[in-house]
Structures are given as C-alpha cells and as structure tokens.
Design a binder for this molecule. Structure first.
Ligand code: NAP
Length: 332
C-alpha cells in the first residue's frame, strides 16, 4: 500500500512537472486578459490617486476616487481661462501659474490693455502667460483667440469658462426680484454672456481640446469646466427671483450636458463639467453679501483651490456632471 502510495505520488509529481509550463502559460494569459479589460480611465485613476497624495492642494472628492483623474495636479499643460480680468477667472490664472513651473496659461478678457492684474502676472511669469482679447458676445473675437492658441500651442489641455454677469450697473441690468422687473434686453444679454458665451468658446476650441486630450499632462482627457451657479438648479429652486440669471445658468447646464454627450459619442478625449463656486467675495456678489451667513462667504483663493481640486479628480465618469465647490453633485 505504501509502495502504491509512493508510486501514486511519484506519478502525480511527474504529471505536475510536465504540466507546470502549461499552468504558468494559462495563469499568465488570464492576468493579461484581465489587465487589458481595464479601461484607460481606470488606469489613469491609479496614477492620479498617487499624484493626489503628493499634492496638498488636491481635494479628494468622490469623483477623484471613482472616476479617475484626467489631470494630474502638478503636470504641466496648456490651460485657457476665459473671463480672466478679475474675480474667479483671475484667481484661476494665478493658481494655475503657481502650481507648476512649466505649464502654459492663456488668459482671455475683453480689454487686455485695461486688465492691470493680468499685466502684473505677465511681468512675473513672462512667456508662460499669454493674454488674448475675447468678448463672448462677439464670435469673431472667440475665433481669433482660437487661431492664436492654435498658432502658439496647437493644443489645449484645460478650458475654464468663467465670464458671467448677474448685474451690470451702467447697462441697468439687475437681478429681477419680481415679474414686473423683467426687461427683455437684460434677459437677452444675460443669456448671451452666461449661456451662449461658454458654448461658443467650446465650439471654437473643440479641435484644440481634441488635439490636447490631456496628452500634454499625461492624462486621458482634456477638461472643460464651465462656471455655473447653484441657483441654476431647477430642482433646488426654493425661493424664486433672479429670473434671468437662474434661467441663463439652467441653460448653460443643459448646453454643457449636451456638448459633453457629443464629445462622448464621437469618442473625443474631452470631459465637460459644471462648477458652482459657492458664494464668493467678488464684484458679482458684492451688492448681495449682506444676508450671507457668517463663514459662507468665500475668498476667491479658497473657492478656486477647491474647484481645481475637483477638476484634478475628474475622469470620463464625471462627464456632463454639475458639482459644488465641496465636490457634492447638484441636482438639475
Ligand atoms: N461670485 C459668486 O459668488 C458666484 C457664485 C456662483 C456662480 N458664480 C459664477 O462664477 C463666474 C465668475 O464670477 P465672478 O464672481 O468672478 O464675477 P466677476 O468678478 O463679476 O467677473 C466677471 C468676469 O466676467 C467677464 N465678462 C463679463 N462680460 C463679458 C463678456 N461679454 N465677454 C467676456 N468676459 C466678460 C468680466 O470681464 P470685464 O472685466 O471685462 O467686465 C469679468 O472678468 C460667473 O460665471 C458667475 O456666474 C459666481
């Protein structure tokens, strides 16, 4: 019996030795197939997660963990900030220039000659910053800006649309507190700047975003971030008022969602998101800050730091979504 056992084990050992190379080949094949099945965004999520550990400015949002970053925080690239003369746009330009020593930033505004803060940044950062004229109500200026970016860089890795109006005092545009205050000219101008403007900018920058596709940053997609507002959420509208501003931001949300689907359908490496910056101490909010609860009025430094944290964490899964400054998704 012992002999039988020994002979059996000997046969088993021999069989194992003969089959070992086969087993190794099968196991390797399984690993290879499982590895290949992972999507590119999943792969990027690993690198971005690592990047986020080394970058203190990054906010770990749900988006960053689930979707995978398309933009490692410290990687250089080419970013365009539209509406950069003051407020949040100017702060985006500052922080993007500060975060890496090589990244290029294009800042657009209506009147570069009068944009003193941008001129100061230009003195500090030299050729890393380009300032171009762009008025979102004049499509020819958007087209000209796209041509200039194409000649200079031939690509874009990030586009941040910030220009927006709530009130324009010299044009008598004010947020309406009741139906009787509706003025067709103010309504159209608000829609033109807040909703049409960012979409026309995307229209002319689309080829550059596709060419960039995050390649310059080692990411899987170029990012478009449109500055919306929580009051543009129809589901969240509890108090009414501010007809034009609310409706223009709801329209911006719909337009951004729609273009995000077009990029996805074409398999273009471009991800579009909407961002609510919180209530921020800028010219836009100045006349309405009295009722803001203590601690809820943010500096533009704080808000932009949070928003860039969200942008850093965005991947294909977040395409077409609407996030608040703290990373929470906002209902439509
Ligand atoms: N601040 C807040 O509490 C708050 C809250 C929610 C959402 N947001 C949104 O965040 C974005 C930025 O707001 P902000 O607070 O930074 O406002 P802001 O300080 O008033 O700045 C507005 C910017 O928009 C530009 N702009 C206006 N009309 C333009 C046009 N026709 N073409 C190109 N640029 C134009 C202005 O340029 P000029 O200097 O040439 O006028 C300025 O750079 C807006 O979309 C706003 O709706 C802000």
């Amino acid at each position: 019996m012992v002999c039988h056992f020994v002979s059996d084990s000997h046969e088993v050992m021999t069989a194992l030795i003969v089959m070992l190379p086969l087993i190794v080949v099968c196991v390797s094949a399984c690993f290879f197939r499982a590895f290949r099945r992972r999507t590119s965004s999943e792969m990027v999520s690993l690198t971005s997660l690592c990047a986020s550990f080394f970058h203190t400015g990054v906010v770990r949002t749900a988006a960053s963990v689930e979707g995978g970053s398309a933009q490692p925080a410290t990687a250089p690239g080419v970013a365009l900030v539209q509406g950069a003369s003051r407020g949040l746009g100017l702060e985006f330009v500052k922080q993007l220039l500060e975060r890496s020593a090589e990244g290029r930033v294009i800042a657009t505004c209506r009147d570069p000659a009068g944009a003193n803060s941008l001129s100061l940044l230009k003195e500090q950062h030299g050729e890393r910053l380009t300032v171009l004229p762009l008025d979102v109500t004049k499509e020819s200026t958007i087209e000209a800006a796209a041509k200039a970016v194409s000649e200079q860089h031939a690509r874009l890795d990030m586009l941040i649309n910030t220009a927006g109006i709530l009130h324009v005092d010299h044009l008598n545009v004010q947020p309406e507190t009741s139906l009787g205050k509706l003025d067709p000219h103010a309504m159209i101008l608000t829609y033109q700047i807040n909703a049409m403007g960012p979409l026309l900018v995307i229209k002319h920058m689309a080829a550059l975003l596709k060419a960039g596709g995050g390649k310059g940053t080692g990411a899987s997609a170029a990012i478009v971030a449109n500055l919306s507002a929580r009051v543009g959420s129809i589901g969240d509208n509890q108090v009414g008022g501010w007809y034009s501003y609310r409706a223009s931001k709801s329209a911006l949300n719909q337009l951004t969602k729609t273009v995000s689907l077009e990029f996805a359908r074409r398999k273009d490496p471009v991800v579009c998101i909407l961002l609510h910056p919180g209530t921020v101490d800028t010219d836009l909010s100045k006349p309405f800050q009295r009722n803001v609860p203590k601690g809820k009025l943010f500096t533009s430094e704080y808000s932009v730091q949070k928003l860039l944290g969200i942008i850093d964490g965005v991947g294909f899964k977040e395409n077409g979504k609407f996030f608040a400054w703290d990373g929470q998704e906002i209902p439509w």
